[in-house]
Design a protein around this ligand. Structure first.
Ligand code: AMP
Ligand code: ZN
Length: 114
């Protein structure tokens, strides 16, 4: 846990969140500022700052986060029509929170990326 990290504070319960899914390794909650009708964040319970901090030992965690994203999509009812998974890495991508997170975006037709 990083005491200065807002997502760690969500995991400890010090900050509120709208839970969508949770297990031993991952937690999913509604984005506070959704850009699509369904916008859920999937995070590891362990503080990992960024995708670049995933070493070989943590590869299974990354696979788990992807599987949770698919579970979230199914539970949210966006699987059939399709959805987008996004990881913003670094300044050019607009990463604002330094705790690894996957955006699960769906519920609307999205434009091309870029
Ligand atoms: P990123 O730009 O990939 O770092 O995305 C960070 C995301 O976290 C943004 O979509 C924010 O809207 C979202 N966010 C920030 N604070 C909170 C919070 N307290 N609860 C839920 N989502 C948050
Ligand atoms: Zn954190």
């Amino acid at each position: 846990m990083d005491p200065n990290c807002i997502f760690c504070s969500i995991l400890t319960g010090d900050l509120p969140s709208a839970e969508v899914y949770g297990d031993d390794l991952a937690y999913a909650f509604a984005d506070i500022s959704p850009v699509t009708p369904t916008h859920v964040l999937v995070i590891p319970r362990e503080h990992v700052a960024a995708i670049e901090d995933i070493d070989q030992d943590r590869e299974p965690l990354l696979g788990h986060l992807l599987r949770v994203a698919a579970i979230v999509a199914q539970q949210s009812g966006i699987s059939r029509d399709g959805y987008r998974l996004v990881i913003n890495q670094g300044a050019n991508a607009g990463q604002m929170v330094d705790h690894l997170h996957l955006h699960v975006l769906g519920g609307a037709v999205m434009g091309r990326m870029g």
